[in-house]
Design a protein around this ligand. Sequence first.
Ligand SMILES: [Zn+2]
Ligand SMILES: [Zn+2]
Length: 389
Amino acid sequence: MIGVTNFLPPGPDLCLVNHYLELARSAYVEYADYLWRDIANPRWSSYFYVLIFVSVVFFLLEVVRPWRKQQAILRKDFFLDLFYMFFNFFLFSLLVYNAASMVVVESINDGIRTITGGFDLQASNPLQHWPLWAVLLTGFVVRDFIQWWIHRLLHRVDFLWKFHQVHHSVREMGFAAHLRFHWMEIVVYRSIEYLPLALLGIGLYDFFIIHLFGLAWGHYNHANFRLPHWVSGGIVGALTGLAIGSGSFDIDLLARTGPWTTIAGGALGFATGAAVLRPLMPYLFNSPEMHLWHHARHLPEDRRYGANFGLTLSVWDYLFGTDYVPEKSGTIALGFPGVESFPSGFIQQELVGFASNDRKGNAGSGDRSAAASISDRSSRVPATSSENS
Ligand SMILES: [Zn+2]
Ligand SMILES: [Zn+2]
């Protein structure tokens, strides 16, 4: 495209195209630079090391205190999922956001300025003057809500469901299964969630913090490990207390902050969260018990397009009536009808949805006609150990 434009006389439109291309190019160069610095400098704010740290924590928790004790520590497809983890979240995810962030925001801003004769949307965004904690909280809730709808769409639209089947091909659940998904999911999620977030003024740094919290909670949802609600409530409380006690994210509730206020804030936050959030946690936040049913192979007829679509928050499922947790033994069969014939290798899975023989290859999976749903998805068959392995 750049080559073609070189042969044409420069006009205002081409200048604009070149301007956006240059913006995209510099965003990618900047991001490649960021990735390299991220790996080369181990620190707490490094995405690469946070991903490793969170994964190691959940791996150890699965070893020390497994929920399904009969499940092997190195469960089926453990190493496939580890590979997915780095491929999807490290190489791909933020890269697209960063490039889109600079190009789309500026082009929309330019467009609005032209149409309205000078109105600057970004400059008049009220969030620009909000403290960071309010921006992060708003971004987190808005993003989670949008993602809930996107997830529903992935289950409801047949051609999207084919991509999403990669995530649902997990037969034994563990933390790393969180990141087993088709690369097209990144395209779908980022392109739909991007615009509202960018227009809200959520920058790359804010997105990064929200993303890390979602990463940790997503690992938890998939882990072969579960916490009592008073502990998960306590952790949410402790994180809030630590932020208040240290004065992070523009929180200025305390006149003076330091190590002791941070420790006291964390401890007080944990105690408060454990007491206050305990009864509310199942209705506010997603959990391994709830998400396991999202992966159930068999669902009743009225849930044939899925249940429990929440990513971090569960509140949307309760508000819109898509919640479904009939029991919490953890021994249900996972996958979808026909999962046995679903591709099992990384390359083949990444090509799912594009291959010409998809229809017969994914027998039963995309075929969610009324007849199929009654015969396959409506029977709530209890798992046998062989089905679950
Ligand atoms: Zn799903
Ligand atoms: Zn999942």
